[in-house]
Design a protein around this ligand. Structure first.
Ligand code: IVH
Length: 688
């Protein structure tokens, strides 16, 4: 078999397993086997960039290139649906249809609560994915959609039209939504209110590699194209299913109102056990000839209607408002309720967001309140039943002092939340910061869990993150629940955290609004903590993704002397406070001009540029006769590739490049870090 044939075969097999896993929910190989095949394909593609394809299964991981979201005009407008909120209205719609059509057939489907998408396929290959936009013109989000595993990149079978569009909904399953919001909460980032906003927000992410990690899903419900050869909607959905699309199985063909009503009543209940959000039922006339007879208005077809579910509501008693203090000091008021059954779960607590919301509701303890669980996972309070109010009740007074440490709360300009400013002496803030520091995505001090952190804090062994590096095994071994072995493990994993790369140390510090991604950008831009600490506000704003809110928060953080002392101690403890281990550099690339193109597996393009520079090479934008070599990744720009081939410029893969610099041990090892016990690893791990 030629290399190209091997690549094609691997792609085909991976596509098939992907479909089994993400569309059919019936995987037939283990994740391990799948990953092995994928890696094999990745290696082949890296070695043979000439066979790269945007629809290769390896492209599902996305890239760190910035999306541009070009505007694209839809070939067929994307209409919306008219809504009904009652069965009476629905009955009227049915009557209207039946005045025009004899014996109509209806298809009932779930109404997925996400964001609409139009996918186009040419010769069975995903060509473009465009958002609904205003219905006429949408945004090109192809790079992001390619990372959604249930969207087929290459179709199955042979009977698909040469060109067609298919429309559906991109949505975020509850599990992905919960995971995302937990991560955002831990990073001090604003939470998404519901899975719909999370799906829409994710689809417009600048980097497709971020989208790839968010667990979006896509279901398709409408074919669009010329002369597709189907006579009904259900026929077209069956074909789409055959071609590899995820088409909901929760559909029914109905012939009259009572059957439709039955479907609605069933799903109004049963939807609570689905693992993705729905907000209604869509009822569509099935036969295309009937659809043509009914026609459309300028906004919506007359042959379809959406029946919207009522948001689930319950009335219960507000027992008490309590206040939570987060690691950043943000105060969140929480309504403690008399337990009530709502959308299949017992609700005891609801978020109240902030003081403004409490004031807007004129909330009082003892009130009977309406709790709602719409698309949102966390229930919220939407109103008060004033008729049940105790006339002698007093409006709720928002707290003025921290419930944990007693410090006076502050409110920053433009922020809805109150904050406890007592960062260094407020227990949940201290513990929260340390817990954030040890997280897997931060310093990854795995052997220390939340409970141990609390134990160490209670025993006065730690009060801030720098204290971790002064801990001794004997101190730990004498604590309850910890033996000598776990004490040793803890000390060992704290010691190993000294190798954690700079951008993760930066994230671990827990600076408000500096999440994982921002930390990466800051580390790449400034390359050292010192540079960030001494940067002016304007200089901070120059870094990618850093806006005024983040810049101010960074300035505040470093203005605090306590924080500066901690950083000094972390530096003495030997943490990585530089993006690049300069000592690992060489001059192996001296005199070489190198062009980078495409996306890479192990390093981002910025990192590769830094690698070139610290090994003495020059990074240039365009290929010329003087180019020493083209460092080619996946999705390499075709013009660069052609030019290099024409000029006979050598093309090397990421692995070849890394091998080249890995073999350059002899030079430039600075004194202070010469460590003869370890093989000199060039850069691995010291960049993000
Ligand atoms: S059909 C011309 N089917 O609801 C009709 N839409 O409120 C095209 N939606 O923009 C839409 N589930 O984003 C259809 N099973 C379903 C749907 C569905 C969700 C969304 C879609 C549409 C919106 C209208």
């Amino acid at each position: 078999m030629t290399i190209e044939q091997t690549i094609n075969k691997l792609r085909q097999e991976l596509n098939m397993h992907n479909h089994k896993y993400y569309v059919e929910n019936a995987p037939d190989i283990s994740d391990f086997e799948y990953d092995k095949m994928l890696r094999e394909l990745q290696d082949l593609e890296a070695l043979h960039p000439e066979f790269q394809s945007p629809n290769s299964p390896t492209m599902r991981v996305g890239s760190d290139l910035t999306n541009s979201f070009r505007s694209v005009k839809h070939s067929f407008p994307m209409l919306s649906l008219s809504n009904t909120y009652s069965l009476e209205e629905l009955k009227e719609w049915i009557l209207k249809v039946e005045q025009e059509i004899s014996n109509p057939e209806y298809v009932c489907e779930l109404k997925f609560d996400g964001t609409a998408i139009s996918l186009s396929y040419t010769n069975g290959e995903l060509q473009r994915a465009v958002t609904r936009g205003d219905g006429e013109v949408g945004d090109d989000v192809t790079e992001n959609v390619r990372t959604i595993r249930s969207v087929p990149l290459t179709l199955q079978g042979e009977d698909y039209p040469e060109y067609f569009e298919i429309r559906g909904e991109i949505f975020m399953p509850y599990a992905s939504f919960d995971k995302l919001n937990i991560e955002r909460e831990q990073q001090g980032e604003q939470l998404f209110a519901n899975p719909r906003n999370a799906a829409a927000g994710t689809l417009k992410q600048q980097q497709s590699q971020v989208v790839a990690k968010r667990g979006l899903d896509c279901t398709l419900y409408q074919l669009a194209g010329k002369n597709l050869g189907f006579s009904s909607h259900s026929e077209s959905l069956n074909a789409a299913r055959r071609w590899g699309f995820k088409v909901s199985k929760h559909t029914a063909v109905c012939n009259d109102f009572s059957q439709i009503e039955e479907f609605i009543k069933y799903w109004d209940e049963a939807r609570h056990s689905l693992d993705f959000p729905t907000d209604g039922i869509v009822i569509k006339v099935n036969r295309y000839t009937d659809r043509i007879a009914l026609g459309t208005t300028s906004k919506a077809p007359k042959w379809a209607v959406a029946y919207k579910f009522k948001a689930e509501q319950a009335l219960t008693k507000l027992l008490k408002v309590s206040y939570q203090v987060g690691r950043t000091g943000a105060i969140t008021p929480v309504a403690n309720l008399e337990p009530v059954l709502l959308a299949g779960t017992t609700v005891k607590r609801a978020t109240l967001h902030n003081a403004d919301q409490i004031a807007a509701l004129d909330l009082r303890e003892g009130d009977m309140v309406y709790v709602e669980k719409g698309g949102e996972i966390i229930p919220k309070i939407t109103g008060v039943d004033i008729s049940e109010r105790n006339p002698s009740s007093e409006p709720l007074q928002y707290i003025s002092h921290c419930p944990e440490c007693g410090a006076e709360l502050t409110r920053y300009e433009g922020e809805a939340k109150h904050y406890c400013p007592n960062q260094s002496h407020c227990r949940p803030q201290i513990i929260g910061r340390i817990i954030h520091f040890i997280r897997r995505k931060a310093m990854n001090i795995e052997s220390l869990g939340e409970e141990t952190i609390e134990l160490l804090f209670e025993n006065n062994l730690i009060n801030n993150v720098a204290d971790l590096y002064n801990l001794k095994a004997e101190q730990l071994a004498s604590l309850p629940r910890l033996g000598e072995k776990s004490a040793r493990n803890i000390i060992q994993s704290i010691a190993s955290s000294r190798d954690v790369p700079f951008h993760r140390v930066l994230f671990a510090l827990g600076i408000r609004f500096v999440g994982e991604t921002t930390a990466k950008y800051l580390a790449a831009h400034f390359t050292s903590l010192e540079a960030i600490m001494t940067a002016s506000r304007e200089e901070l704003l120059e870094a990618e993704e850093v806006g005024e809110k983040i810049a101010d928060s960074i300035m505040d953080y470093f203005a605090d002397e306590q924080n500066r002392i901690i950083i000094q101690r972390l530096q003495s403890a030997g943490l990585q406070l530089h993006a690049i281990k300069r000592e690992a550099a060489s001059n192996i690339l001296e005199g070489k001009s190198i062009v980078i193109s495409g996306t890479f597996e192990q390093y981002s393009r910025d990192e590769l540029k830094a690698l070139i520079e610290i090994h003495g090479g020059k990074n240039l934008a365009a290929v010329s006769a003087n180019t020493s070599f083209l460092l080619a990744g996946a999705k390499i720009g075709p013009s660069k590739l052609q030019k290099a081939q024409k000029l006979g410029v050598k093309i090397i893969s990421e692995q070849e490049f890394l091998a080249m610099i890995t073999n350059s041990k002899e030079v430039n090892i600075s004194e202070e870090h010469t460590d003869t016990t370890k093989p000199q690893q060039p850069i691995q791990g010291s960049l993000f």
